[in-house]
Design a binder for this molecule. Structure first.
Ligand code: SF4
Ligand code: SF4
Length: 472
């Protein structure tokens, strides 16, 4: 009998291998079952989400017209729930010291080829000023796992430095944190430090595969890693961000595992993940993609994004500069609500870009500056947003989810996007971007319903007079 139990606190019961394999067989048997697939699409259209089994059937669907419907539905749900704002962020690498042995990452402990670097607090402040001078307001802190070089106290001190560092009108208003799985007590300390989302990628949900890819170091403990989000919740971090590294393992298995993880968090804590990221394996120093037979083509990757969008409609979706401009354009439409821009994936990369080649965690395929990314988004009629309002207004965890589920979050997102865009345009944009951006703000303001519009107009006037940081 299967041990599958979404409410269990044990990794191997809420991510049950047997349940995943049965699900994949069920999907395989039904890949041409028009009646079943249409029923699933009808359920998805009601924006109530899908189970991992239903999502698996859609992933395997081989009927062209219904595959088209999947994409269409993903676009509609994205537009209805999130509107056309796209939130921007940048990663900030603090240290590439790491004692783990992840075979797909150049920071793995046995790699003697790359220089190791840990930023001092002064260097962190300099990186933050560089990010603020670009216009960023939201960052994701990244660090390898190394209790000697990067203990939690170092991470906490760094978060303090980041929030305290201001350049001109710039400030970092939300620090998300992507560090190794840790204890409830440490999550409590991160929560008290005022982090936004706690992010931890599962990499792969397949235990055997996980153990082969993580042969050494604390991360090799599959259960400890997989149960990290539960401990984060217990420690008060109620916005958690999940993701698998697509390309490490069979994508069908990973999609089902990802959705089971979301179902588990919902069942146990009443709130699913705040975000799901969709990183995909890409080339890096010391990593040869030929060693990874599961690397994904773009079409499958886009279908995964669309299916996550309709299966977990209330979860934000993130894509990084690992992906090219072309792929980012496609998936923005299908469900992505947050992207990075102007990113450096090396330690100290914003102040010493020449170090990038030596210490980058992975190759960046979208090399454009933040201003070019903003200009590109505006050109496609998206509203680039630097909003950080929810967490600062205490709208986290289930309070946030209630608003999203009531379809009300875009009443906050759109005016916040327009106001933070105006701040960016006035403080950092190139003249061409500013002109196009302000025309977009005028057009979009017409669509904002009253009484919010009047208030937002007043705030926009105050921003043009030099005041900053208004929010709904
Ligand atoms: Fe270390 Fe993270 Fe790289 Fe693994 S993926 S080697 S934990 S930095
Ligand atoms: Fe995100 Fe909340 Fe801002 Fe909307 S209002 S963009 S959900 S922080």
């Amino acid at each position: 009998m299967s041990t599958y139990n979404p409410k269990s606190s044990h990794a191997e019961e809420f991510i049950c291998d047997e349940e995943i394999r049965e699900t994949l067989e069920y999907a395989e048997r039904n890949k041409g079952n028009r009646g079943l697939i249409e029923d699933i699409l009808n359920k998805a259209a009601a924006v109530k989400g899908l189970t991992h089994r239903e999502a698996a059937v859609l992933m395997d669907c081989e009927l062209d017209d219904l595959n088209e419907k999947i994409f269409q539905l993903a676009k509609e749900i994205k537009q209805d729930l999130y509107g056309n704002r796209i939130v921007l962020f940048a990663p900030l690498y603090l240290s590439n010291y790491c004692i783990n042995g992840c075979v797909y990452c150049p920071y793995h402990g046995k790699n003697r080829e790359i220089p190791r670097k840990k930023l001092s607090q002064e260097e962190i402040a300099a990186e933050v000023r560089a990010l603020e001078d670009m216009g960023h307001k939201r960052i994701a802190v990244e660090a390898g796992e190394d209790p000697v070089h990067n203990p939690l106290d170092y991470i906490l001190e760094s978060i303090k430095t980041i929030y305290a560092t201001k350049s001109g009108n710039g400030s970092i208003r939300r620090v998300n944190v992507n560090i190794a799985a840790t204890t409830v007590e440490n999550y409590r300390r991160l929560h008290e430090a005022g982090i936004g989302t706690y992010i931890l990628f599962q990499e792969t949900y397949d235990k055997k595969n996980y153990e082969a890819l993580h042969p050494t170091g604390p991360k090799s403990d599959y259960c400890y890693h997989t149960e990290a989000m539960d401990r984060a919740q217990e420690g008060g971090c109620d916005d958690v961000g999940c993701g698998v590294l697509y390309g490490l393992n069979n994508y069908r298995y990973e999609l089902v595992g990802q959705l089971m993880h979301a179902e588990h968090l919902e069942a146990r804590f009443g709130v699913g993940p705040h975000t799901i990221s969709v990183p995909r394996l890409c080339p890096a120093e010391d990593i040869d993609l030929k060693d990874f037979p599961n690397v994904l083509p773009d079409e499958i990757f886009c279908k995964i994004v669309a299916i996550i969008r309709i299966s977990a409609p209330y979860t934000g979706m993130i894509i990084s500069t690992r992906e090219s401009r072309k792929v980012r354009e496609k998936v923005l439409d299908l469900g992505i609500s947050q992207i990075s821009g102007g990113s450096r994936t090396s330690v100290g990369g914003y102040t010493t870009p020449e170090r990038h080649d030596e210490t980058a965690q992975f190759d960046v395929h979208d090399l454009r500056s933040l201003d070019e990314v903003i200009d590109w988004l505006i050109g496609m009629d998206y509203i680039p947003s630097f909003c950080t309002a929810c967490y600062r207004e205490g709208r986290t965890g289930d309070r946030f989810m209630k608003l999203v589920k009531a379809g009300k979050i875009h009443h906050c997102c759109t005016p916040n996007a327009l106001m933070t865009l105006e701040e960016y345009l006035l403080d950092y944009a190139q003249p061409g971007t500013r002109e196009k951006g302000q025309a977009l703000i005028r057009r979009e303001m017409e669509k904002v319903p009253e009484p919010v519009r009047t208030r937002a107009r007043k705030y926009l006037d105050e921003i043009s007079e030099g005041k900053r940081d208004f929010r709904f």
